[in-house]
Write a protein that binds this ligand. Sequence first.
Ligand code: ADP
Length: 243
Amino acid sequence: MLTVNNLTKKYGKVLANDNISFSIPDGSVTALLGPNGAGKSTIIKSVMGFLKYQGTIIVDGHFNKTLEAKRIMGYIPEMPALYPNLTVMEHMEFIARAYRLKDYKSYAEELLERMELSDKKKKFGDELSKGMQQKLSICCGLLPKPKIALFDEPMIGLDPHAIKELKNIFVEIRESGCSLLISTHMIDSIDMLWDRTLIMQNGKVMADVCKSQLSQSGQSLEDLFFAVTENLSSPTFDTGKEN
Ligand code: ADP
């Protein structure tokens, strides 16, 4: 369970997150949707404890900046940050040592296989294409089997096979009880996978919608997105005012 309460983050005069609150129960997917600059990455980086901010973030009962919280969080950044002098397999070993994982090898092999990196195990980080780097970054983030998984624009740069596998992985880890927060500006990439979506604009949550609410309304997620972000019509949902 991830709980974000009254998160406010300013970069100088830019209000990137304006008093945002939400929680993600175990075994569910929350999608963060919004145009570029809406404040999605800032939420994710705040949850990971990388930024100074106002508000409270609790991860499974622990403040997010504690070691207990960090042990159970997985982060897949927008830009892969690999080690140029470690091979693909050494990245997996590095993560396994950092998280003190035992018996990680078969899961590492499975992840690399699913991301079609099995034949790249001896390649160095800086020998990988952008898409391969993104795939390895996903494998690194998933290897510790996080209880809270944060994906920042995870589909960018991936080929169709990797996108399909990643969607399957989202479903599998949700079923295993993981709380997922997935940011994207590509609505199609997340459709059918989310349980709740927060639509953001200018640092604010403009709509906060459960899948059942949207189904009942007969609107598509795309309809709602444009209604909210381009004022095409009044959204019929919670506009996040309690935030
Ligand atoms: P998104 O992930 O939705 O594209 P971000 O959270 O990256 O949005 O950015 C939200 C706002 O904060 C934008 O106006 C962006 O320019 C600004 N911003 C993000 N990172 C920084 C930074 N390190 N320094 C100054 N401004 C930043």
